[in-house]
Design a protein around this ligand. Structure first.
Ligand code: HEM
Length: 538
């Protein structure tokens, strides 16, 4: 890292600028040998067969044959940008993370994505959007790998292959769920009613953002922050866009998907190129780190639940500004590898079973996607902090390690002076009691309520937003072939709200079922009056 990776405008690009393609005086082979011709293969006469001897032909075609790497198994389509994060210092009481200190500036790389479409799919489909941020802090890399929706479909990572198999294109026709036969997606989300909350957000205007610049971002899970004294606080991370939250309407989204499938990536790149740098404030909702990890009756380890901002306001802790476009899509946007396990001192995990599974999944998938365990050495993934590890060799190793004794302790290389003291460094586990008395394959009873928060969301919508939600459910469910799946979906909607269910049922030409759960009544308490809803449902 150094001046050689700065763009002409002074931004860190992660790519050595002197390696700009075709910058030299003549074309060479990969070995630097000068070529005199690259337009004709070597042949036995002008009309004869090509000769195996032609090294340049073989090198050129072989390299081309291997240009593609597997796309991400999810979030394959993305667009990214470089930027700067500036800490406000307001989180100093609750975390020792250095990059959140007052006026500390940290380079970042942010990748936005859709979840289900392949690399070549359209931007403006109805889907969740990824919002992943890599902070190159002085204490190592911190990755905040979030979405634009504050809840998730499932509560336990073991269900992730199931929900993605159900949401990806049907295996026989490879037709995306977004605009054709939808049976597998709706089959899954109606058999797993914990998906109701996320699905409702998807069917709302939040499912079709106007621009990446106008999206909120959420860390979704509850994290644990640790301050310099070792005191802990539970938090949920939020990104608030300075431009506000704006959506497309469905007709715009559909037309745009045809006319300009690159609409969101073009918008992001154009805005940055023209100097209209998008900005987000990072904020946290804070909760006491109690033994039960409940806040106002809400289980903080359940990723299908929010904590309403009326109950725990979002407190700003820093500012993100995206101010430089990538100079090479493959080197940066495609090869960047985010991981929830990339933590810095002062930020720790919780026992949320979705979070726990993600801690395994990202490194595992990247070993296959990026060809072995050394992708951390790729320029875009390289930390800006000094590295002194004992990891060695492996596919695509580019470091030339010195020394004879990569093990600890050793008596040959001067011992291991790099080990931190007892109370510094990351991955120092908070000595939290683990409440288990037996091994189980079950969820906590506090994960059981699947309808109160979807109802809270529905009741907080304006009449126009409700119209959009009704239209979205009606359109999407009308694409299901199986009547039984539509009927099950109507039962889920009845358990959210009879008006929502009734209107969708009318649109589908099916009877509206009665709710099978007790619906929450509007709450007169001032804290929630803005939402017009009750929390919690007893
Ligand atoms: C990729 C977010 C749940 C596995 C991603 C990306 C985001 C994201 C933003 C794209 C990163 C990029 O731009 O490169 C989330 C959120 C989740 C969630 C917010 C829930 C709160 C899960 C779960 C699993 C999982 C439960 C697996 C158990 C993956 C995998 C990738 C991925 C395998 C591809 C990573 C790569 O190839 O680099 N996720 N995800 N995710 N996610 Fe998740």
């Amino acid at each position: 890292r150094g001046p050689d990776t700065l763009s002409p405008t002074g931004q860190e690009t992660g790519v050595p600028q002197e390696k700009v393609a075709q910058g030299g005086e003549f074309l060479t082979t990969a070995q630097g040998t000068r070529l005199y011709e690259t337009d004709h293969s070597l042949k036995a006469g002008p009309r004869g067969p090509s000769l195996l001897q032609d090294h340049h032909l073989r090198e050129k075609i072989t390299h081309f044959d291997h240009e593609r790497i597997p796309e991400r198994v999810v979030h394959a389509r993305g667009a990214a940008a470089h930027g700067i994060f500036q800490g406000y210092g307001s989180a100093g009481q609750i975390t020792k993370a250095a990059f959140l200190g007052k006026d500390v500036e940290t380079p970042v790389f942010v990748r936005f994505s859709t979840v289900l479409g392949s690399r070549g799919s359209a931007d403006t489909v109805r889907d969740t959007r990824g919002f992943a941020t890599k902070f190159y802090t002085s204490e190592g890399v911190f990755d905040l790998v979030g979405n634009n929706i504050p809840v998730f479909f499932i509560q336990d990572a073991i269900k992730f292959p199931d929900v993605i198999h159900a949401g990806k294109p049907h295996p026989d026709r490879e037709i995306p769920q977004a605009q054709s036969a939808h049976d597998t997606f709706w089959d899954f989300v109606t058999l797993h009613t914990e998906a109701t909350h996320h699905t409702l957000w998807n069917m709302s205007d939040r499912g079709i953002p106007r621009s990446y610049r106008m999206m909120e971002g959420f860390g979704v899970h509850t994290f644990r922050l640790v301050n310099a004294e070792g005191a802990t606080t539970l938090v949920k991370f939020h990104w608030k866009p300075k431009l506000g939250v704006h959506s497309l309407v469905w007709e715009e989204a559909q037309i745009t998907a045809g006319v300009d499938p690159d609409f969101h990536r073009r918008d992001l790149a154009d805005a940055i190129e023209s100097g209209a740098y998008p900005q987000w404030e990072l904020g946290v909702q804070t909760f006491p780190d109690t033994e039960d990890q409940l806040f106002e009756g809400i289980d903080l380890l359940d990723s299908t639940k929010i904590v309403p901002e009326e109950l725990a306001p979002v407190q700003p802790i820093g500012l993100l500004t995206l101010n430089a476009n990538p100079s090479n899509y493959f080197a940066e946007t495609e090869q960047v590898a985010f991981h929830l396990g990339h933590l810095v001192p002062g930020i720790d995990v919780t026992n949320d079973p979705l979070f726990q599974g993600r801690l395994f999944s990202y490194l595992d998938t990247q070993i296959s996607r990026l060809g072995g365990p050394n992708f951390g050495q790729l320029p875009i993934n390289r930390t800006h902090a000094p590295v002194n590890d004992m990891l060695r060799d492996g596919m695509h190793q580019t470091a030339v390690h010195r020394g004879a004794a990569p093990y600890h302790p050793n008596s040959l290389d001067g011992g291991c002076p790099f080990l931190a003291g007892e109370d510094t460094g990351a991955y120092i586990e908070v000595p939290e009691a683990v409440p288990a008395t037996r091994k189980v394959r079950e969820a906590a009873a506090s994960f059981d309520d699947h309808y109160s928060q979807p109802r809270l969301f529905w009741l907080s919508m304006t009449p126009t937003e409700r119209e959009h939600i009704v239209a979205a459910y009606t359109f999407e469910l009308s694409k299901c072939w199986e009547t039984a799946i539509k009927e099950r979906a109507l039962q889920v909607l009845a358990n959210i709200d009879p008006e929502l269910c009734g209107e969708v049922a009318t649109g589908l030409g099916l009877p509206a079922p009665e709710p099978t759960v007790k619906l929450a009544e509007p709450d007169p308490s001032p804290a929630l009056s803005q939402l017009g809803a009750t929390w919690p449902l007893d």
